[in-house]
Design a protein around this ligand. Structure first.
Ligand code: C2E
Ligand code: MG
Ligand code: MG
Ligand code: MG
Length: 280
């Protein structure tokens, strides 16, 4: 009967759910410890101007190395860091790292790149978030326009008016703002005219689909809309020459993806930038 069935189902699911919860709790504890022991790393993925393939910016991406040489994917540990609240501290450290790195780039005379940093909902919810960012920028004495914050539609949807206020304050300092993973959030488009944005990053699922008619329609609509709104567009996840060619044909000025470069540690990025300088 029905009662027995639901009882069976409950018995069946419970152990695996518990294992899952245990694994997550275990990961959060390890993440907290590894962060405290300075084991997390920030890697950088180039963002290029499509026409010239010149690196014009980089995206800072967290890496969590394991003792066996592997990495736990941010796709797995970022949600845990968000859920546990750890992301507030970790995210603040990523911004600090980005500022420090900009300073280091400048000291060796590298081109003045912009450094994009991902920001999570719990960070944005903190009242003192804008103040904190401003302080870090000031402490490192860097030009605020060199920093770009990448926010997602989920941040905007939480409280569009509050987000607009916070962004206006950040923009007053000169900090740049991009919408990340654009198009996957299913959120209302009306926020685009409310927010002081600089750039839209077309999500890689659309870029992946750019050889199909439906994918093209979506991409071209996004690019056209962005142009009319006066926003810049960056295509994420470019992996092939054909995708580069396609975006070159559109009014899309920048791209990021394995076709150009994968995320890499800062010292490798510095080598790449030095080579680029000696070509030009
Ligand atoms: P995201 O912000 O959209 O970052 C881009 C992701 O796409 C990165 O994955 C990057 O390695 C990957 N990617 C770039 N080009 C290609 C390509 O051509 N093909 C494919 N298949 N992938 C490409 P990653 O580093 O694994 O990060 C995943 C997500 O984790 C990020 O997505 C971001 O949402 C989050 N994340 C990473 N670092 C941070 C951080 O410091 N703070 C926060 N809040 N989130 C972060
Ligand atoms: Mg991002
Ligand atoms: Mg993205
Ligand atoms: Mg993302």
């Amino acid at each position: 009967n029905a009662k027995n069935n639901s009882f069976d189902r409950y018995n069946y699911y419970e152990p695996s759910m518990e294992q899952d919860t245990q694994r997550r709790l275990h990961l959060v504890r390890r993440l907290r410890a590894d962060f405290a022991n300075r084991k997390l790393q920030v890697w950088y993925q180039p963002q290029v101007e499509l026409k010239t393939k010149k690196v014009v910016g980089v995206e800072a991406l967290l890496r969590w190395p394991q003792s066996d040489g592997s990495f736990i994917s941010p796709a797995e540990f970022i949600p845990l860091a968000e859920y546990s609240g750890l992301i507030v501290e970790i995210g603040s450290w990523v911004i600090e790292e980005a500022c420090r790195q900009i300073n280091a780039f400048d000291e060796i005379g590298l081109p003045q790149l912009r450094v994009a940093v991902n920001v999570s909902v719990p960070q944005f919810r903190k009242r003192d978030f804008p103040e904190l960012v401003e302080k870090q920028i000031e402490q490192w004495g860097i030009d605020p326009t060199r920093i770009e914050l990448e926010i997602t539609e989920s941040i905007v949807m939480e409280d569009p008016d509050l987000v607009a206020d916070i962004l206006r304050r950040l923009k007053q300092q000169g900090i740049q703002v991009a919408i990340d993973d654009f198009g996957v959030g299913f959120s209302s488009l009306s926020y685009l005219q409310k927010l002081p944005l600089d750039r839209i990053k077309i999500d890689k699922t659309f870029v992946n689909n750019s050889d199909e008619k439906s994918g093209k329609i979506i991409i071209e609509t996004i690019v056209d809309m962005a142009r009319r709104l006066g926003l810049k567009v960056l295509a994420e996840g470019i992996e092939e020459q054909s995708q580069l060619d396609y975006f070159l044909g559109l009014d899309c000025t920048e791209g990021q993806g394995f076709f150009f470069a994968k995320p890499m540690p800062a010292d490798q990025l510095i080598c790449l930038l030095q080579k680029q300088m000696s070509y030009s």
